[in-house]
Design a protein around this ligand. Structure first.
Ligand code: NAP
Length: 301
């Protein structure tokens, strides 16, 4: 029996594990994809305190190393259900593995939001991508589009401009939500074109993407691209835990800065929680808060 099971091995979950271990608790972190979470998709992080510049994977590795150094155990598994049993929790995984703990911290992050355009799902892997760091190399020398106007889209466009012949940055408004510094860096790139006030209409091509139809300022336009990188934010995936949490309209777990849920022994941290700022720093902060709340809960059992 663990003291605490942390579901999700991103900055929130790994920070929670580090804090809980340092409080003397036996901790297991369960991650379904890659330790480090969403940050492993970021080519360069320059706003995490203490690091002038670090790649997302390096930062993820360091967070994992730190949690394990403090004694945290880790498993690569997909959690499919949790259920309270007396004063403990039963955590079931897709592989049929299961684990027990006195408290659970849900730090499951969020998954990429889809454009919702016809054939989007069918073309994933055949021109439609959600991670420039992971898939950018497949499009070296080819024209691509990046959709979105936040930091993810700006960073993806910068990264892709290094290897792709042309990068169209398609955004639905005339100004970007992401950092001005990134916008300025993109403006200096001769192979980057901003396609503003534009909405994606359709993916062109039969089995692979061979163009992107957009509507820009009321006129139709076809961008001659072979890859479309969708970077329009993320959404939580908390369906498996819905019985024990309240969720807001967007599906995020309703919880204040205390990281408590309506169910005793269940805590929530990071991007899957309702909050106004979703950053690495706020995720890490949540991890600490949730871990200390869970420690206090266990000590009072
Ligand atoms: P985001 O900041 O929420 O931006 C999403 C962008 O997609 C917005 O520009 C939005 O347009 C657009 N969008 C949303 N739904 C759309 C739709 N259906 N069709 C077309 N466009 C749509 O998401 P993000 O860029 O993934 O960033 C998430 C958080 O992580 C942010 O806080 C960001 O600062 C942070 N981040 C940090 C780093 C770093 O280096 N530290 C890197 C990446 C991300 P509108 O602007 O019109 O709403």
């Amino acid at each position: 029996m663990y003291d605490i099971i942390v579901i999700g091995g991103g900055p929130a979950g790994l920070t929670a594990a580090t804090y809980a271990c340092r409080a003397g608790k036996r901790v297991l972190v369960i991650e379904k994809n890659a330790f480090g979470g969403q940050i492993t998709w970021s080519p360069r992080v320059e706003n995490f305190p203490g690091f002038l510049s670090v790649t997302g994977t390096e930062l993820g590795d360091k967070l994992l190393e730190q949690a394990m150094e403090q004694g945290s155990e880790v498993e690569l598994e997909e959690v499919t259900a949790i259920s309270p049993e007396g004063k403990s929790w039963h955590v079931s995984c897709e592989s049929d593995a299961s684990f027990e703990a006195k408290a659970v911290i849900l730090a499951a992050g969020a998954k990429p939001r889809m454009l919702g355009i016809e054939r989007e799902e069918e073309l994933v892997g055949s021109g439609v991508c959600y991670c420039a760091v992971c898939d950018g190399a497949f499009y070296a020398g080819k024209p691509v589009a990046v959709c979105g106007g936040g930091n993810s889209a700006l960073q993806d466009a910068l990264l892709l401009s290094e290897s792709c012949s042309r990068v169209y940055l398609v955004h639905r408004r005339d100004s970007f939500r992401g950092e001005q510094k990134l916008v300025e860096a993109l403006e200096k790139k001769s192979n980057v074109e901003f396609v503003l006030n534009a909405r994606v209409q359709a993916f062109l091509g039969e089995e692979e993407v061979r163009g992107l139809a957009v509507e820009q300022n009321g006129a139709e336009r076809v961008l001659p691209v072979e890859g479309v990188f969708v970077a329009i934010g993320h959404q939580p995936d908390l369906g498996a835990f819905a019985d024990f949490l309240d969720r807001n309209e967007q599906g995020y777990a309703a919880s204040g800065e205390t990281c408590l849920t309506r169910t005793p022994g269940l805590f929530v941290a990071g991007d899957c929680r309702q909050k106004s700022v979703r950053q690495l720093t706020t995720a890490a902060a949540d991890g600490a808060v949730a871990a200390l709340a869970a420690v206090q809960y266990i000590d009072n059992l």
